[in-house]
Design a binder for this molecule. Structure first.
Ligand code: FAD
Ligand code: SIN
Length: 526
């Protein structure tokens, strides 16, 4: 059990940014469900979007974000984030992130949907450098306690008070300590969810194994609205390899000239789908184009080819990808890279306001687990890390400003440990996990139909009753927590998709192929 001023669940870009902005004044505890660097942040490749190029403007970045977001973005939030970008980059530099430079200035690369060179990066491993710098600073701060290997199970709310106050407040979380298997209580006056996305709801995803939508599911169960969960982003270019299933080939490869080619015809095909923006069209457009080529020609993959660029240039810009591919027998300076689209980013999530506040008093959220209004129906490349920095800081600022009004933590009940474990059932968890991910991939992917969504919903309902029964009778384990959350998130995705009777951004359905005049968020209320 821990008691702190502020509890942060998640040690990626959003969680550690919030922690560092609070720690000079408050005692902060940060939980992570595995190692501290096992979230998506450390895996980010391309970089962070910021207006820094002479001739570029905030208006351009806002406009590009809104175009990608297909009308669902909240303009005021987009402006807030875009205008916060240069300062966020400066703070990361101050923490020691070694961004690439050229001729004494930051080197800016290009990605899809951006009208200018705008992406600040550390070669092709930006996230790793960012995670290291944030973690180093957090580890050095005397007011921050970092607790890896703690799997949050559920929020502790007013329902868990010894004397029920009815205030609907969030007082922290119950979390499994992996070392002991026990569920412990971690309380605080303010709690920040920074738990990342839900990519592992899908069979093929670029996201790390822990991206099971835990924060979204916990917030939903506690009474928070979630929004736009049907807007699941598929990255166009994940490596196609039967052994390595989730290695991203950064969009910056297309930004630096990479072309998409149909291996059956040898033709560059993006001119047929978006003659103007070609390979640098927004992700939904490029992913659907690849999907269409694969289906039309019965392919397993398409080719991404940057071999026309000088070999030194390719090696200098993409050293990690180059080395990884070489280990798999592909020399990207000479060979085309086989790629397929894969789930990449969760645009929807817990509804938050500009201060990172959720619907529940005492509960904040930041980063990929949220729907802040920034991304709309499709996230613009490299706007995600940026959102983590801006909203991690905004939540911290609001907690500090409203601290005196936050009530002290009352007495909260300990977790009921009277349930038993049945080891035989572990196999059920593994099977259900695979089943969910497979039907989500097949029925709730890049191109949807109402019938396929209904099929997915039917299976989710069956599995939910099984898992809830299991959850009610057996001791909770990390695997069971993730399975329950995965199922909850899959349900939210499918219900949101069934709710939207149009195609917009990342949600494309053959039954409603046109886009309605009014852009409306899908908001689910518990
Ligand atoms: P994460 O970094 O995912 O961290 C989540 C944290 O929550 C982890 O510490 C995890 O342990 C913890 N957690 C989760 N559940 C629990 C639980 N139940 N109990 C306790 N702790 C929990 N975006 C960009 O802007 N630019 C890029 O170049 C870029 N490249 C990407 C490349 C890849 C391969 C991927 C997968 C994503 C990329 N993204 C990129 C997206 C971006 O990396 C993520 O959206 C962002 O890092 C999310 O940060 P976060 O802090 O919200 O969550
Ligand atoms: C990439 O490098 O292609 C990923 C960038 C992003 O997800 O924003």
């Amino acid at each position: 059990m821990t008691t702190s001023d502020v509890l942060i669940v998640g040690s990626g870009a959003a969680g550690l940014t919030a922690a560092l902005n609070l720690a000079d004044r408050f005692r902060v505890t940060v939980l992570a469900k595995g190692a501290l660097n096992e979230g998506s942040t450390a895996w980010a490749q391309g970089g962070i979007a910021a207006v820094l190029e002479p001739g570029d403007t905030f208006e351009n970045h806002v406009e590009d974000t809104m175009v990608a977001g297909a009308g669902l973005n909240d303009r005021a939030i987009v402006e807030f984030v875009v205008e916060g970008a240069p300062a966020a980059i400066a703070r990361l530099q101050a923490l020691g992130v070694p961004f690439a430079e050229e001729a004494g200035a930051l080197h800016l690369t290009r990605e899809g949907g951006h009208s200018h060179r705008r992406i600040v990066h550390v070669a092709d491993a930006t996230g790793w450098a960012v995670q290291e710098a944030l973690q180093r600073a957090a580890e050095a701060h005397p007011n921050i306690t970092l607790l890896p290997d703690r799997v949050a199970v559920d929020l502790a709310t007013s329902r868990h008070e010894e004397r029920y106050s009815g205030a609907g407040h969030v007082w922290g979380v119950y979390a499994i300590d992996r070392a002991t298997g026990q569920v412990e209580l971690h309380t605080a006056r303010a709690t920040v969810l920074a738990t990342g996305g839900a990519g592992r709801t899908y069979l093929f995803s670029t996201a790390p194994r822990g991206a099971t939508g835990d924060g979204i599911a916990m917030a939903w169960r506690a009474g928070c609205r979630v929004s736009n969960m049907e807007m699941m982003q598929f990255h166009p270019t994940c490596l196609y390899n039967l052994d390595v299933k989730n290695f991203l080939i950064t969009e910056a490869v297309r930004g630096e000239g990479g072309r998409l080619v149909n291996p059956a015809t040898g033709r560059r095909f993006m001119p047929d789908y978006d003659a103007e923006r070609l390979e640098l069209a927004p992700r939904d457009v490029v992913a659907r184009a690849i999907d269409a080529e694969i289906k039309r020609y019965g392919l397993d993959y398409v080719h991404l080819d940057i071999s026309h660029q000088p070999a030194d240039f390719v090696r200098a810009h993409f050293p990690n990808i180059h080395d990884k591919l070489l280990g798999l027998g592909i020399d990207m300076t000479r060979d085309p890279i086989p790629v397929v689209p894969a789930q990449h980013y969760t645009c929807g999530g817990i509804v938050v306001d500009r201060d990172g506040r959720t619907d529940l008093p005492g509960l904040y959220a930041a980063g990929e687990c949220t729907e802040s209004g920034l991304h709309g129906a499709n996230r613009l490349a490299s706007n995600s890390l940026l959102e983590c920095f801006v909203f991690g800081e905004a939540a911290a600022r609001h907690i500090a400003a409203s601290w005196d009004g936050l009530p002290p933590v009352p007495s909260i009940r300990a977790w009921d440990e009277s349930r038993v474990t049945d080891a035989d059932e572990e196999v059920v968890i593994k099977q259900s996990w695979t089943e969910i991910r497979r039907f989500m991939w097949n029925y709730v992917g890049i191109v949807r139909t109402t019938k396929r969504l209904e099929r997915a919903k039917h299976r989710i309902d069956l599995l939910t009753s099984e898992v809830e029964d299991y959850y009610g009778h057996f001791r909770v384990t990390p695997d069971l927590v993730e399975l329950r959350n995965l199922l909850q998130t899959a349900d939210l995705i499918v219900r949101s998709a069934l709710h939207r009777h149009e195609s917009r951004g990342l949600h494309f359905t053959l039954d409603h192929p046109s886009t309605l005049a009014d852009a409306v968020d899908t908001v689910l209320v518990p």
